[in-house]
Design a protein around this ligand. Sequence first.
Ligand code: GTP
Ligand code: SPV
Ligand code: MN
Length: 581
Amino acid sequence: MATPLEQWVEETAQHTRPKNIHWCDGSEAEYNKMIADMLASGTMLELNQKAYPNCYLHRSDPSDVARTEHLTFVCTSAKEDAGPNNNWMTPADAKEKVGKLFAGAMQGRTMYVVPYIMGPVTSPFSQLGVEITDSPYVAASMRIMTRMGKAALDRLGASGNFVKGLHSLGDLSPERRFIIHFPEERLIWSVGSGYGGNALLGKKCFALRLGSFMAREEGWLAEHCLILGIEEPSGRTTYIAAAFPSACGKTNLAMLIPPESQKGYKVFTVGDDIAWMHIGADGRLWAINPEAGFFGVAPGTNYKTNPNVMETIKRNSIFTNVALTPDGLPWWEGLDGDPPANAIDWQGKPWTPQSGTKGAHPNSRFTTPASQCPSISPHWEDPNGVPISAILFGGRRAKLVPLVYQSFNWQHGVFLGATMASETTAAATSAVGVVRRDPMAMLPFCGYNMGDYFGHWLAMGKRIKQAPLIFRTNWFRQSQEGKFLWPGFGENLRVLRWVIGRVHQEAGAVETPIGYVPRPQDIDTNGIAVSPTMLQELLAVDREGWIEASHGQREFLDKFGDRMPREIWQENEALEQRLKR
Ligand code: GTP
Ligand code: SPV
Ligand code: MN
């Protein structure tokens, strides 16, 4: 008898009509064959194999370079279950409309059946998925980003307990592009895009949108969080999860290297984008990284900002939409050294620094194995994960939001996450630099009504023993002249030190209307060019500004009607009261 997987593959092949079907085993030989095929067809270019062994460049369609949130849908039976935070169609309408786009879509192409595990191979918190795709770039990338192939098939056996993801490049037209989630059926359909977050279905589609939906049903959390461990000179290690919106510094913080002046500290990377967090046997919150690789932002990455990732991407990596130098090296804006005198830009056209355009797309990225990262934690594949002591919610805000502050308690912390806003970035195809609400950095990724999502966070807090402390951070405050006030990157360790000081009740703070804010003497500024006035500005609480913000927050909370938990409203009212006092 055919297994549920075999049946689904057969049905899908009938509908999409591929030239042939390849079941991925995840072997190196298979990977090499996929790369060789793509080199032959021109969809992959070889980089300089001396400097970048086993590294390649892929250029995606110029209209297909970032997530397309307006074409992304969550199709629950009832509209209210998807919430105002998601685009919605009925499941039947979606199947009718998008089903047609899959008909015959794989003709002349190979259909890859890609079984994968999200999470360490033996973790009880890991989950299985199978992606059917007609893109060899997607199949190859899934081998870097997940535990793909035989290990997944072995764990699956004849079971039907896996998330189904069907992906086709279609004709790559934005007119016929849809990323559709059917959370009630554990099913994803994506057509018309080859871009990471739209096409590598294990990542945002499964690990966050379906993951958050499953997590609420099952009593855990699926979050857009990095996970890191900090070892202090004393040898004590504290783990932190941090939710920052897309392109707001997760990869960089996860791989932080302590600056010269901060001797004796070490940061270990557990994950850079997604955390699945469960309540452990001891009642605490434990996090695993469901991914096996990093899909990181290239621009701005260099040996000063993130030396660990620079070492990681030197081999076995796929670069997408970066520029190419005459020596076959990848290049992007913000890389170390001078720009090349001439290069080929991300669209394959001749480019010079005088061209007046970007050489690399602002959302150009690399896909690279996590195991190669010099700072990877010895515990990154622990089946039970690592215990989380603090959660940070961080946005990109030029004004108002202080460098760091702590919530009064879990409920207030959930409120701080729920009311977070951030300036948009190139990670999605809409205007860049616009402040928008992005609760818990999950606006584009929460697979159900966010009112219910905040309710789930509140309920989790009641169940966790020694709940993590919750903080807000903002590395992106600017001066009147538009300069960053805080040096960021490695120097963010100074803020993390205050955070762990609070966790272990060793650091001071002052109580303000918005939360506990460090006093100037609580943040070590030795050896950095942050003057007392700058620090004061970074830590200031602007009452007028916050009163205005609380009104904006009201408007936002109101959108969720009676799905918004009473506790979140109460927190906003309490904030307004404290500000008026
Ligand atoms: P996704 O992969 O999209 O989820 O993004 P991410 O949160 O992992 O963002 P990433 O770490 O790749 O950073 C994105 C951009 O922010 C890069 O251009 C970085 O150089 C910049 N950045 C990261 N950390 C800091 C910081 O502390 N200060 C400043 N000023 N910029 C930063
Ligand atoms: C993000 O946009 O938050 C990313 C890249 O991490 S993607 O996987 O495309 O969503
Ligand atoms: Mn992300």
